[in-house]
Design a binder for this molecule. Structure first.
Ligand SMILES: CC(C)(COP(=O)(O)OP(=O)(O)OC[C@H]1O[C@@H](n2cnc3c(N)ncnc32)[C@H](O)[C@@H]1OP(=O)(O)O)[C@@H](O)C(=O)NCCC(=O)NCCS
Length: 316
C-alpha cells in the first residue's frame, strides 16, 4: 500500500462505515464523510512500521488492508489491523489482501495477527475465519437509556458509589478479572498486580471525579464493583470504533461466591444509569469472548457487538 492509494481507500472506508452505521446507528456519523475517514486511514498509514495491501479491479481499488505493530510484549510479535485498517467491496477480496500483506508481516517475524472487523459484515467475518482467525474479543455498545435498576430483585443487595473506606474491598476485587482471565478457557491473565499495589493505586484514584466507581453490598459486605467513565478515558475503542458522546463500562467484578445472583447486572445497570445522568448517548464496553461470565452478562444487559477482534497466530 502506497500513499497514492490513500484517497481511493478513504472512499472505501467511508462507505464501509456508512453501511456499518445502518446496522449500528450509535456509531459516529463523522466517519461516513470521506475526509474524516481519510484522516483516520492516513493516521493508520503513518503509524510506525505500518504496511498493507491494496486490491485493484480494472485499475480501480476494490479493497485494502493495513496493519502496524504494537510495542507491548503482551501481544507477542504482532500486527494489528485496527478500526480504520480495512475495507472491501467484496468480502472474498480480503483473503487475497491478507495473503499479500501477511507475506511481509510473517517475513518480518510478526506472527501474532489481530484484526478489528465490523460486526455487521457477516461475509467479511467469515472471510477472516477462512483465513484461520477466531474471535478473541467483543467490542459492544448499547443506548444510554435508563434501566429498571433491579437491585430490589435480589434480597439484601444494594449498590452505591464507592467511598475511601471501600479501598481494601476494591483492591481485592481488582484481582478477580485477571484471575478469571487466567483460568480456562481464556488462559490470558495479562499483567498481574498484587492487592497491595491495587490498594496504593486506589488510595490515589478514589477521589478522581472522572471515574464513577460503584460497589454492590450484600447483607452489608462489599461483593462487587464496577467503574464508569467517559469513553475518551479508554485507550481502546479508537477511531471509527469510537462513538460520539459515549460512556464506558470500564471494569466490573463480583466475588466468585456471589456470581450468578444478579450482582453483576445491578452493577452494570448502575453504570448505565450513571451514563444516562451524565448525558451520554450510548454506553460502550468490551470483553474476552472466552470469558464465559462476561460474555453472558453483558449481552444480557443489552450490549450488542459492534466490532469483533479476531486473532490468529502463525506457527513458523
Ligand atoms: C461478569 C460478572 C461481573 C457478572 O456478574 P454476575 O453477578 O455473575 O452476573 P449476574 O448474576 O448479574 O448475571 C448477569 C446476566 O448474565 C446472565 N447469565 C449469567 N450466567 C449465564 C449463563 N450461564 N447462561 C446465560 N446467561 C447467563 C444472567 O442470566 C443475567 O441476565 P438476566 O439478569 O437477564 O437473567 C462476574 O461474573 C465476574 O465478576 N466475573 C469475573 C470478572 C469479569 O469477568 N469481569 C468482567 C470483565 S469484562
Amino acid at each position: 500500500m502506497e500513499s497514492a492509494d490513500l484517497a481511493a481507500c478513504g472512499v472505501l472506508l467511508a462507505e464501509r462505515h456508512r453501511r456499518h452505521r445502518m446496522a449500528e446507528p450509535l456509531l459516529s456519523t463523522r466517519f461516513c464523510a470521506v475526509d474524516a475517514a481519510l484522516r483516520e486511514l492516513t493516521a493508520a498509514f503513518e503509524t510506525t512500521d505500518a504496511s498493507g495491501a491494496v486490491a485493484l479491479r480494472d485499475g480501480a481499488p476494490v479493497g485494502f488492508v493495513l496493519g502496524s505493530p504494537k510495542s507491548s510484549p503482551v501481544w507477542g510479535p504482532n500486527i494489528w489491523v485496527e478500526a480504520a485498517g480495512q475495507a472491501v467491496t467484496d468480502a472474498e477480496v480480503m483473503r487475497d489482501l491478507y495473503a499479500a500483506a501477511a507475506t511481509r508481516w510473517v517475513g518480518e517475524g510478526r506472527t501474532a495477527h489481530y484484526v478489528l472487523v465490523p460486526a455487521y459484515d457477516a461475509d467479511l467475518v467469515r472471510a477472516w475465519f477462512r483465513l484461520g482467525f477466531g474471535q478473541q474479543q467483543a467490542h459492544a455498545i448499547r443506548p444510554a437509556v435508563r434501566t429498571r435498576a433491579r437491585t430490589d430483585d435480589v434480597a439484601g443487595l444494594s449498590v452505591r458509589r464507592a467511598v475511601r473506606a471501600d479501598v481494601p474491598a476494591l483492591a481485592a476485587l481488582d484481582i478477580e478479572l485477571p484471575r478469571q482471565h487466567g483460568s480456562s478457557p481464556t488462559f490470558s491473565p495479562g499483567v498481574l498486580s498484587t492487592v497491595e499495589e491495587n490498594v496504593a493505586e486506589w488510595e490515589e484514584s478514589i477521589a478522581d471525579t472522572g471515574f464513577a466507581t460503584f460497589v454492590a453490598e450484600s447483607d452489608g459486605r462489599v461483593v462487587g464493583s464496577a467503574i464508569g467513565c467517559a469513553l475518551e478515558k479508554s485507550s481502546t475503542h479508537l477511531s471509527l470504533a469510537r462513538p460520539d458522546d459515549a460512556g464506558f463500562l470500564g471494569f466490573a467484578a463480583v466475588l466468585p461466591q456471589a456470581h450468578g445472583r444478579g450482582v453483576g447486572r445491578a452493577l452494570g445497570e448502575a453504570v448505565i444509569d450513571w451514563a444516562v445522568d451524565s448525558g451520554f448517548d450510548s454506553v460502550v464496553t468490551d470483553w474476552r469472548v472466552t470469558n464465559l461470565l462476561a460474555s453472558r452478562a453483558w449481552p444480557a444487559l443489552g450490549f450488542t457487538e459492534s466490532f469483533l477482534r479476531l486473532h490468529r497466530t502463525v506457527a513458523t
